[in-house]
Design a protein around this ligand. Structure first.
Ligand code: PLP
Length: 384
């Protein structure tokens, strides 16, 4: 499959028809264990489902093909994937360099769960090469970047950061959740590992939690797979199957998400009620040129800062109807959220705190005129 284009790989990699029945869709292997032909006589390598499940394997093949990776592992959630990656690579005394705008749960995992086990984390502006170089220490094992970032859509030059990380002997991890592999392929830009919240664009329908680690090569695979097996935060067969199904329409969905988000961003940029529109597809965005070079589209996520302040932002987030007030993102339906009290409550009071006048939109694939009309009526409601 590796010589086929992205949309073809998304549909076919790991998804061959069932060899027994010809069923066009691979079955859901809803089983906890596998019969052995004598002790240790595993059929196709399967023994017990924490160690491996055929539906999960099919998804892992599909994920590796999407990102152009050597391997992928699928987990019960994005945070489970992050946890397995971090504990698979780090040991007490190691240091992680983290971007200063990331999903609050990633920061919480590092500073609340892993810090007591001796992992140190510092946050920096990853688009500033001098700041990054100065912050890397001998103990720094991982540089961790989200681009575009959650929720302020910051853009970091992945190839440049990979160069700095590798010169310092560290590993570059890219959280590719916001862009999805349909728009950005970090391994081809020099990243070593990719993590995903598959809950978002990969699944795409807000009906499954999932996570993934994708590997550029064989390094780290055995140790992170061991974490997956020994700790057990694997994706369940039905969840793996739903994620595989979602991935098959990823290319076409993300194209529409991007087109709708661009239109919403341009509309918002024309409205005085918003003092800032955070969307890399706008020429005014500080990361626009890098995004245009390393992404094939700008994605469905954008954030808006309300000129009238935090109360107006809270009121706006509660006044839409097509955009529904909820955490999460990347589903076909549009969502609005208020990061400081919702997805990023865990970074309040830290250097990563989200401005309190910011709302975040996950622009869905509904008719874009309905989306803009919904935002317009919400503005009218709050300024009335
Ligand atoms: N990474 C990013 C960028 C996210 O937005 C999220 C969740 O919102 C995660 C990771 C964590 O994924 P999950 O919620 O599937 O555990």
């Amino acid at each position: 499959m590796s010589d086929h284009a992205f949309a073809t790989r998304a549909i076919h990699a790991g998804q061959a028809p069932d060899p027994t029945t010809g069923s066009i869709i691979p079955p859901i292997h809803q089983a906890s264990t596998h019969v052995q032909d004598g002790i240790g006589g595993f059929r196709d390598g399967y023994e017990y489902n924490r160690a491996g499940n055929p539906t999960r394997s099919a998804l892992e093949t599909q994920l590796a093909a999407l990102e152009g990776g050597a391997h992928a592992l699928s987990f019960a959630s994005g945070l489970a994937a992050e946890d397995a990656l971090l504990r698979g690579i780090l040991k007490p005394g190691d240091h992680v360099l983290l971007g200063n705008d990331v999903y609050g749960g990633t920061y919480r995992l590092l500073t609340k769960v892993l810090a007591p086990w001796g992992i140190e984390t510092t946050t920096v502006e990853l688009s500033d090469a001098d700041e990054v170089a100065a912050a890397i220490r001998p103990e720094t094992k991982i540089v961790w970047v989200e681009t575009p970032s959650n929720p302020l859509l910051k853009i970091v030059d992945i190839a440049a950061l990979a160069g700095i990380a590798h010169d310092a002997g560290t590993v570059l991890v890219v959280d590719n959740t916001f862009a999805s592999p349909a728009l950005q392929q970090p391994l081809s830009l020099g990243a070593d590992l990719i993590v995903h919240s598959a809950t978002k664009y990969l699944g795409g329908h807000s009906d499954v939690l999932g996570g993934a680690v994708v590997f550029a090569d064989d390094r780290f695979y055995d140790q992170i797979k061991f974490q997956q097996f020994a700790v057990g935060a694997v994706s369940a067969p039905l969840d793996a199957w739903l994620t595989s199904r979602g991935i098959k329409t990823l290319a076409v969905r993300v194209r529409q998400h991007s087109e709708n988000a661009q239109a919403v961003a341009e509309w918002a940029a024309s409205r005085p009620e918003f003092e800032t529109v955070y969307y890399p597809g706008l020429a005014s965005h500080p990361g626009h040129e890098i995004a245009a070079a390393q992404m094939s589209g700008f994605g469905g996520m954008l954030s808006l800062a309300l000129s009238a302040g935090p109360d107006a932002a809270r009121a706006f987030a509660s006044s839409t109807s097509v955009f529904q007030l909820a955490e999460s993102l990347g589903g076909v339906e549009s969502l609005i959220s208020y990061p400081s009290d919702m997805t990023h409550a865990s970074v309040r009071g830290t250097a990563l705190a989200v401005p309190e006048n910011v709302v975040r939109l996950s622009v869905g694939i509904e008719d874009v005129a309905d989306l803009i009309a919904d935002l317009e009526q919400a503005l009218e409601k709050i300024t009335r």
